[in-house]
Design a protein around this ligand. Structure first.
Ligand SMILES: [Zn+2]
Ligand SMILES: [Zn+2]
Length: 459
């Protein structure tokens, strides 16, 4: 199976012809809406929708039988069946009856082709009724024209070359009918549809699934004639409606399957369905683009580039915790002490502001493993981290954070609170009686020096 260069289990959605690599949608630059670019070389990418990325035709079958089961499609099927059955028994003149029948058939053919086209474009629900009503007789006329032209051609071959050749060509044509219909649906042109290069090309490009489809269509067609044979000529009015409905239903399933074959092989057939395009060429926020780019750099082992990308992304938008976190994780992995020292206070302060206690404590613990000398640069960080550490059972870390806080930040407005917390931490440690006593006298001093903190800060 073909796969994304960076995700061996994922089918590719894009190709970079410059770098000669296949990529999935997670691994490309979506910063501009309506296009996708290569992170390595910056060139625009070609969309690829490989058959392997989709459900196989055989797996699609059960769903195909449910395809016509929408209110619009059902209304169309039964409305048309009732209309044609009534037409058959109405006392109308032969020519008027013929025209009316022709009109109904035109509607049915048109709707079937709409189903094929919608499916090929990636829309897996039948078209709305309004769209069907807008249909004209043009497709029916084109179908008649195709039958007429091939009839004349076969007649010519049989009479002026050999009848054996005519029979061979007829066999190819019978197998090729679905392919011709598909070509007609995609191009809306008679000449495109009867051009052997087109319909035989389509058969070859789709291969085995095409043969499966043809086999399946024959089974469906013969089962419709079987219904007719079983019910026979002495049909009741209701069974006539049901028969007609059954064949419309089968036609819808068949045309949906033909559309699906196209949809599935769009890569080989050289077109990109609208749904694939809109699903793949979406716009991503700068943050998401950075994450995708960083992932690729890491998979390529280029840590320095990943670091640079995250650093400038944070500079651009400094309030996105996920970017900070990724930067922090990367620096820890790289054990980049200098960069960690430079960013730690800002990262932890952002988490404090967002009230993210658990990641704050986790990051602090990882940090001091790499930077044992690190002491946060603000009293608020020191107090919060001390509280978190104490709650997390690490009294020693709490003491380390609070020790000397009143000297380092004599203006801090929560010094009494910090002193009390320091005493609690000391009490939680063994053999600290002397320090607890010293701390108590410090608290008493602080209370005298900062009486306003006693009133609001007493914890
Ligand atoms: Zn990928
Ligand atoms: Zn490239």
């Amino acid at each position: 199976m073909e796969s994304c260069k960076y995700h061996p289990d994922t089918a590719p959605n894009f190709t970079c012809s410059q770098c000669e690599i296949d990529l999935c949608k997670e691994c490309v630059d979506h910063s501009i809406a309506g296009e996708a670019r290569c992170f390595h070389c910056g060139s625009p990418l070609t969309i690829r929708v490989t058959a392997s990325s989709m459900e196989s035709l055989a797996r699609r079958l059960p769903k195909a039988f449910r395809y016509p089961m929408t209110a619009d499609a059902m209304m169309f099927i039964f409305g048309l069946s009732v209309a044609t059955t009534f037409l058959a028994v109405l006392p109308l003149g032969g020519f008027i009856k013929f025209l009316a029948m022709l009109f109904c058939t035109g509607l049915a053919v048109n709707y079937s082709f709409l189903c094929l086209k919608a499916t090929a474009a990636g829309d897996m629900t039948p078209p709305r009724l309004q769209e069907a009503a807008g249909g004209s007789l043009s497709i029916l006329i084109r179908l008649f024209a195709i039958i007429f032209i091939t009839g004349i051609f076969l007649n010519f071959v049989a009479s002026s070359v050999s009848s054996a050749l005519a029979i061979t060509i007829t066999l190819v044509l019978v197998i090729g009918i679905p392919a011709m219909l598909m070509c007609l649906a995609m191009s809306d042109s008679i000449t495109e549809a009867i051009n052997p290069v087109n319909f035989i090309g389509l058969m070859l490009k789709t291969g085995i699934p095409y043969l499966i489809l043809v086999g399946f269509l024959f089974i469906m067609v013969s089962s419709v004639s079987l219904i007719q044979a079983v019910i026979g000529d002495d049909l009741l009015f209701l069974s006539a409606i049901l028969q007609s409905a059954a064949s419309s239903y089968y036609a819808m399933v068949a045309f949906h399957l033909m559309g699906y074959l196209l949809y599935q092989h769009q890569d080989a057939l050289g077109y990109v369905s609208e749904d694939a395009e809109s699903a793949l060429l979406y716009h991503a926020e700068p943050e998401a683009v950075t994450h995708a780019h960083v992932s690729i750099c890491l998979k390529e082992g280029d840590y320095e580039q990943a670091k640079g990308l995250l650093h400038s992304a944070i500079k651009q938008s400094p309030k996105i915790p996920a970017l900070w976190q990724r930067y922090f994780d990367l620096l820890c992995q790289m054990e980049d002490r200098q960069a960690l020292m430079d960013m730690a206070d800002k990262h932890l302060s952002l988490l404090l502001k967002l009230d993210q206690g658990i990641p704050m404590l986790r990051n602090y613990r990882r940090l001091v493993r790499i930077l044992p000398e690190y002491v946060p640069g603000t009293p608020a960080l020191r107090l919060s981290l001390a509280r978190l550490n104490l709650e997390g059972g690490d009294a020693k870390a709490a003491v380390r954070l609070l020790n000397g806080l009143h000297k380092a930040f004599p203006e801090y407005d929560r010094l009494v609170e910090s002193g009390i917390l320091l005493k609690t931490a000391l009490e939680a440690m063994p053999n600290m009686e002397a320090q607890v006593e010293k701390c108590q006298s410090l608290i008493d001093q602080l209370r005298i020096r900062y009486p306003e903190q006693v009133a609001e800060g007493q914890v």
